[in-house]
Design a protein around this ligand. Structure first.
Ligand code: FMN
Length: 376
């Protein structure tokens, strides 16, 4: 039954809804989706209908215990879609196994001048230039606390923390203090199940200061000192050569870092096979398919070298169950996505989970955890 509803939703999304949405400016569509989603999720009936239509449950095969947290399935929403944590109830109903909200920062931030988003339909990508717009950690914490506590049962909340996009955090000491301020507030409020340090926002003032080994080491020393209860992940850039990337991992391995989220947007347009015109005037990093190979290569090499040391969240260019499955076989324990859902529709999440069960059965696995890293 769910397969029927899902394929009808899929056809309705790609044939009717998407053509209308894709005619409108992406920034306006994103704003409207946030508004409509936050209104709809107030109704328990609507959440139930969404769950019934789209979510796919098969905990015998798909659930995992990771770092002491229960994930009912491995598919999560990646950071950047729900920057202010406005949609957890409806995202859970859609069928995600977890979500990464944010990136949030210590101070509220308006972000870069709009437009923030530019679609590349044939390339299956979005150019993102938001510049860490968010309402700031204090307001976001009170919103997270306002949800019914059952929202985050079987739906771990991953909080993405970045440094405030402002000239005031341009030097390293201030930047570290900015991260630490967010962490202390999160710690005091006891919210969130995972904390992800986003060190790879390509569109922020001062660039990516913590993507050199020495500066990352200094940041992580201070983060260790905070002593977060939750497991800490770092989210890394897509474009680094393995040798440079490995130096960051070697530093992370000496700190209280439980996992690596691989990866953020692709910055280097020279490495991307563009299928659409992309004017020079459009600034920002590329999501979706341009990140696919980059993130897969880094996931494979990270798993090969570090194996159990880090839990890997694989992100970048996941549009189908086969895509998610490959990331898992390359070493990802969990998978996140955004662009796939924007291009294919929200029913994609349930379809991926259902497809994963079929792929695992085909290959003789009883559960998702047996498949992790099998192609490395
Ligand atoms: C609209 C949009 C906004 C994003 N904002 C953030 C962000 O605030 N923090 C972050 O760590 N990554 C951000 N990203 C990157 C995504 O989390 C993800 O790493 C990247 O898009 C690759 O995944 P995808 O191909 O499934 O979209 C953003 C991506 C998109 C499409």
């Amino acid at each position: 039954m769910i397969a029927l509803i899902s394929s009808a939703s899929s056809a309705a999304y790609t044939k009717a809804v998407k053509p209308i949405l894709f005619k409108q400016k992406p920034d306006a569509v994103h704003e409207r989706l946030l508004y409509v989603g936050s209104q709809l999720q107030r109704s328990q009936v609507i959440r139930g209908l969404v769950r019934g239509a789209w979510a796919y449950e098969n905990s015998a095969v798909l659930s995992q215990e990771v770092l002491g947290l229960r994930f009912r399935n491995p598919i999560g929403l990646s950071a950047g879609f729900d920057k202010n944590f406005e949609l957890p109830p409806i995202l859970k109903s859609v069928g995600f196994g977890f979500m990464e909200g944010g990136s949030l920062t210590s101070q509220p931030c308006k972000g870069n001048p709009k437009p923030w988003f530019y679609r590349l339909p044939k390339t299956k990508s979005i150019v993102v230039y938001a510049g860490l717009a968010n309402q700031g950690v204090a307001k976001i914490i009170s919103r997270v606390k306002s949800y019914h506590p059952s929202t985050f049962i079987n739906f771990p909340l991953n909080i993405s923390v970045a440094k405030t996009n402002s000239p005031a955090t341009a030097n390293e000491t201030d930047a570290i203090a900015d991260y630490v301020d967010s962490l202390l507030q999160i710690q005091k409020a006891a919210v969130g199940d995972i904390i992800t340090l986003n060190i790879s926002c390509p569109n922020a003032y001062g660039g990516e200061p913590f993507t050199t080994p020495a500066s990352l080491d200094r940041l992580l020393q201070k983060v260790d000192g905070v002593g977060m209860q939750q497991p800490v992940f770092i989210k890394v850039p897509a474009d680094l050569a393995w040798a440079d990337f490995d130096k960051l991992l070697a530093v992370a391995a000496t700190h209280q870092v439980a996992g690596i989220t691989i990866s953020n947007l692709a910055k280097d347009r020279g490495q991307v096979k563009l299928m659409d015109p992309l004017p020079e005037t459009i600034k920002g990093g590329l999501s979706g398919k341009p990140t696919w190979e980059l993130s897969n290569n880094l996931i494979r090499q990270t798993y090969k070298k570090y194996h159990q040391r880090f839990v890997i969240i694989g992100v970048g260019g996941v549009f189908s169950a086969e895509d998610a499955y490959l990331k898992i076989k390359l070493g990802a324990t969990l998978v996140e996505l955004i662009t796939g859902m924007i291009f294919e529709g929200p029913q994609l999440v349930g379809q991926i989970n259902q497809g994963l069960v079929a792929l695992l059965k085909r290959d003789g696995y009883q559960s998702i955890s047996e498949a992790i890293g099998t192609e490395v």
